[in-house]
Design a protein around this ligand. Structure first.
Ligand code: NAP
Length: 280
């Protein structure tokens, strides 16, 4: 039997509807949530992601302002703007769209964002809180995936969860969130000797690598929940994930499509974090 699809777009719509109600409650208290986005350079993918974030904010009544810089912007120019936004009471959330062009120092600029406005959850304070098992701003992509797992009722306690990829933005925080829910977590990297051996044990399989078709159906445990984070563009212009959907769908129990899976939830969770920053 083919896997059921986890419809990230529909779930994101539900989350955004909840956000709209929270925005109204905030407005009744005289609080109007504001998000500032820093975009440096002209990366088309970054522009597209920001467009989706701005659109989602607009849908629920969160004010968003994009601060654009040319790719020649200096570290000091971007840092100064972040400091201005830190001090601006009408701005509750600040996100620095990654990747930043060379030679900007990504870690140093992320550290400039006030931990209270760090809606991406990338500040060292928030990362530390996540390590401690509680955080105000869980990183958006992993937070969205946890919500997806809950939406299909996946039992996490004691399950075997395998996360492929160890980026600071997706793989590592996802492993921590799963650990926090008592899953037994394995993290795989490019140095993992036999990837299939690991993935075949997974009740919950998260793939965040950036390599189309890395995980095929024969690497998946029958009935597993498969969350595909990858966003890859093929030579003919299609968007595909890291999981070979055609061979995985007949084996998995639940699977996220690309596009329309994890991506929309990432955007929705940014709005959720912005409302949390505004006190909603
Ligand atoms: P990243 O920083 O490029 O890290 C990739 C990870 O994959 C690394 O940890 C790397 O291992 C690991 N890896 C590479 N080849 C591997 C292999 N053959 N077997 C096992 N692991 C391997 O990735 P990222 O930023 O997390 O992004 C991953 C993908 O998700 C990209 O396609 C990105 O566009 C997409 N993405 C999507 C969303 C969304 O909302 N849907 C959000 C963020 C990212 P090493 O550490 O050993 O090098």
């Amino acid at each position: 039997m083919a896997a059921r699809r986890i419809d990230g777009k529909a779930l994101a719509d539900t989350v955004l509807e909840e956000c709209r109600t929270r925005v109204e409650a905030l407005a009744a208290r005289g609080v109007h949530p504001g998000l500032a986005v820093i975009l440096v350079g002209n990366n088309p993918a970054s522009r597209a992601y920001i467009g989706n974030k701005v659109k989602a904010c607009g849908r629920v009544g969160v004010r968003s302002v994009v601060h654009e810089f040319p790719d020649t912007a200096t570290q000091a120019e971007v840092a100064d703007r972040i400091r201005e936004l830190n001090a601006d009471p009408s701005i509750h959330g600040i996100l620095v769209q990654l990747p930043l062009p060379h030679p900007l120092d990504e870690a140093a600029l992320l550290a400039e964002v006030s931990a209270e406005k760090d809606v991406d959850g990338f500040h060292v304070v928030n990362r530390g809180d996540l390590l401690g098992g509680h955080t105000r701003f869980p990183p958006c992509t992993p937070a969205g995936m946890m919500r997806m797992l809950d939406s299909v009722g996946t039992p996490l306690r004691g399950c075997q969860a395998v996360v492929v990829g160890r980026s600071n933005t997706v793989g590592k925080p996802m492993a921590l969130l799963l650990l926090g829910r008592d899953a037994t977590v394995t993290v795989c990297t490019s140095k993992t000797v036999d990837l299939a051996e690991q993935t075949r044990r997974a009740d919950v399989l998260v793939v965040a690598v950036g390599r189309p078709g890395l995980v095929t159906g024969d690497m998946i445990k029958p009935g597993a929940v498969v969350l595909d984070v990858g966003i890859n563009r093929t030579a003919d212009g299609r968007l595909v994930g890291d999981v070979d959907f055609a061979s995985a769908e007949p084996v998995a129990g639940w699977i996220t499509p690309v596009p329309g899976g994890v991506g929309p939830m990432t955007v929705a969770m940014l709005v959720v974090n912005t409302l949390a920053a505004a006190g909603g």
